[in-house]
Design a protein around this ligand. Sequence first.
Ligand SMILES: *Cc1c(COP(=O)(O)O)cnc(C)c1O
Length: 384
Amino acid sequence: MTNPAKPILWIPGPTEVRPEILAECARPMIGHRSKAMTTLMERLDPHLKFAFGLKDGSDASVAVHTCAGTGLMESALLGVGLRVLCIVNGAFSKRFHEIAVALGKDVVKLAAPMGSQVPFADIEKALREQGPFDALTIVSNETSTGVRTPLAELAAVTKKFPQTMVLVDFVSYIAGAPIDFDAHGFDFGFAGIQKALALPPGLTVAAASKRYLEAAKARKGRGFYLDPVKVFEGHAERATMATPAISLYYALAKQLEDISAGVVLPENQRGKTGRAAWQARFDEHTRMQQVTEAWAASNDLEMLPAPALRSTTISCIQAGDLDVPALITALKAQGHELGNGYGDLKDKTFRIGHMGDHTEAGLQALLQLADDVIAAQRAAKARV
Ligand SMILES: *Cc1c(COP(=O)(O)O)cnc(C)c1O
């Protein structure tokens, strides 16, 4: 069932979902305490380990919970102590900070302007001079600005402060770039599924280190529905605390299996499976970032983030002389929906979400149409 009036979504989430995945959501219901549900949950874990980059024999755990991505920001914080350092460089890291404040944590905020990243030297200085901190919050990929935090450099700093739990939002990052959760010593990572995992919204996936879960268990006041211990134990025991979004579990299972089987890879990459298939998917996203960057340059447009900070799943481009609403309207009429800038960056930037199951070929087609729209806009301006 396709809707010809519906444009292809290149907005930064929710993104386009393949028909085969949508069809999974139409399966007949099963009881959530049934053997069928246990079997369905068991399909997820091996692939979630690839998504989070858990090593073979890792002592970290994975989980799935029925809620929006924002819910797991709260879960992550419910399992840690009072003193929290929040790294803020855009709309979603700002939300992570707001939740820490709302939970009554003793919060220090380190902020950087939209489009940039807090320098690692400043993070290290804060951890050293204003610590000890129980936890640090960070967003790996600021969907609002297209800024990707280099995780190896982050880990090089946070590993010097082992008393601090590292809580990372991977919402628009997961399945678009490698996470290396164990190697980087992260403690809690999470993602909603409607962005780089290309599924309908409503579920979250997460990974937690053994030390995070042990420390969380010893804490009081973890709430109930978002209690990280209940979330991870419920998943491990195949007994979720409440009725899960079963339809979305079916969709998630198929999507993860398809990624691991290389189903959505370009023709010349097919046949790769397991970790190699995930790596090939990350490489495709890197190429899409490079294609978008070259396209922007060919139209005399600049990316918002500095080269080292550019996301593989969302490109945020400075509008320059372009009329962003007109660009978006013209492309929508041709069947493609781009994202405007976020908040103060509205009309000053626009965003292309080349995330999820989007391909380099599909992106090239979009950018060709955009070339024509931009040329027409500039020609019209030159005439007046
Ligand atoms: C979209 C987004 C969120 C919020 O996800 P919801 O499912 O809407 O709660 C959090 N973090 C990042 C980086 C996002 O892009």
